[in-house]
Design a protein around this ligand. Sequence first.
Ligand code: 45D
Length: 148
Amino acid sequence: DVPSTTALFKSLNTDDQLAVLWFAYTEMGRSITPAAPGAARLQFAEGLLTSIKAMSHEEQLQAMRDLVRKVNTPITRAYGILSVNTKLAFWYQLAELMNEGAVVPVPANYKMTPAANAVLNSIEKLDFSQQITVLRNAVIDMGVDPLA
Ligand code: 45D
């Protein structure tokens, strides 16, 4: 269910969390698109996406790891003030940019760890709205809330 899948996700290490998000995106991508990850919402993440696009691949990966690990940086603080749906739309947009080659790709031969794979399987067993809830739970605590 949603709580156990969320807990499993949060127990993963940083790279496993990024990998699960990536493969969830590649599998959900087509079903998410009609729901149109809030083009309007993305205006609030535009500056953040622009900064990330300007980075080297290495820095892009580091920025994403910092978000997962809640390392305090200008990027993670900018993320921290976004609403949860904008956070999701931001991750979705990053994944699209990965597809376009503007953001560091997952290596073609990358194999998920068994732990990451177990979480992805458990996400796949949920219905679409539950999957979205798990993803919201996954991204809501990432980054740093500058007001906290
Ligand atoms: O070398 O607004 C590894 C709705 C290690 C509607 C790596 C919605 C090895 C309302 C870490 C693997 C609710 C539908 C490298 C929105 C290595 C609304 C790199 C929902 C390079 C927004 C890994 C939207 C990397 C939804 C770079 C459901 C991984 C959106 C990067 C869902 C992973 C979005 C990324 C999802 C994953 C986005 C960027 C699932 C993004 C996933």
